[in-house]
Design a protein around this ligand. Structure first.
Ligand code: S3P
Length: 178
C-alpha cells in the first residue's frame, strides 16, 4: 500500500461500543498514508451541535439524511479509513455504496462486551430510553446483526486489543487483493 490515493477505503461498521473509533485510530497508526474520517465528528462539526443535540432538536431522520450525505462525500476520495456511526449500515443505499466502493469490515462484539463499554456512556441518544440497558442493547443487536453481516468480512473484537484487531483488518484487506 504505497499509494494511498489509489487504495480502496476501509470502513468499519458495527454496534455502538464495538470499538470502531479505537480500532480506526489503531489502523490509522499502522497505515499513516491513509487519512481517518469519523463521520459523527464531521456531522457534529458541520451542524455545530453534538449528536445528542441533533437527535433532540432535529430528530433521527434529519441525522440520517446528513449521515448519508457525509458518507457520499467520504467515498469521493480514496485512501481513507472511515469510521461511521453504528446505524450507517441499516440504510440500504449506504450499505450498497459502501460495499461497492470500500472494503467493509463488521467489528462484532457480544452484548456483554457492548454493555460493559456502554454502561457509563451518556453520548448515545438511542440508549437514552427508560428501558433496561441490557435489553436495549440485545434488541438493537438482534435487529442490526443481519445488516452488519452484509459487510465483506467480520472480525470479532471481544477480548482483543485495538492493535490486534487493526492487524487482522489489514491482513484481510490484503487477502482481498487490495
Ligand atoms: C448510532 C451510533 C452512534 C451515532 C448515533 C447513532 C446508531 O455512533 O452515530 O448515536 O444508530 O448506532 P457510534 O456507533 O460511534 O456510537
Amino acid at each position: 500500500m504505497t499509494n494511498a490515493r489509489k487504495s480502496k477505503n476501509i470502513v468499519l461498521v458495527g454496534m455502538m461500543g464495538c470499538g470502531k473509533t479505537t480500532v480506526s485510530n489503531a489502523l490509522a497508526r499502522l497505515c499513516p498514508e491513509f487519512s481517518l474520517l469519523e463521520t459523527d465528528e464531521l456531522i457534529e462539526n458541520s451542524e455545530g451541535m453534538t449528536i445528542n443535540e441533533i437527535f433532540a432538536q432535529k430528530g433521527e431522520a434529519y441525522f440520517r439524511s446528513i449521515e448519508n450525505k457525509i458518507i457520499r462525500e467520504a467515498l469521493s476520495e480514496h485512501g481513507r479509513i472511515i469510521s461511521p456511526g453504528g446505524g450507517v449500515f441499516l440504510n440500504d443505499e449506504n450499505k450498497q455504496l459502501l460495499n461497492e466502493k470500500a472494503f467493509t469490515v463488521y467489528l462484532s462484539a457480544s452484548s456483554e462486551t457492548l454493555y460493559n463499554r456502554l454502561k457509563n456512556d451518556n453520548s448515545r441518544p438511542l440508549l437514552k430510553t427508560n428501558k433496561n440497558l441490557v435489553e436495549t442493547i440485545k434488541n438493537l443487536l438482534e435487529v442490526r446483526t443481519p445488516h452488519y453481516k452484509k459487510a465483506m468480512v467480520e472480525i470479532v473484537s471481544d477480548n482483543k486489543s485495538a492493535k490486534e484487531i487493526a492487524e487482522e483488518i489489514l491482513k484481510e484487506y490484503k487477502n482481498y487483493g487490495n
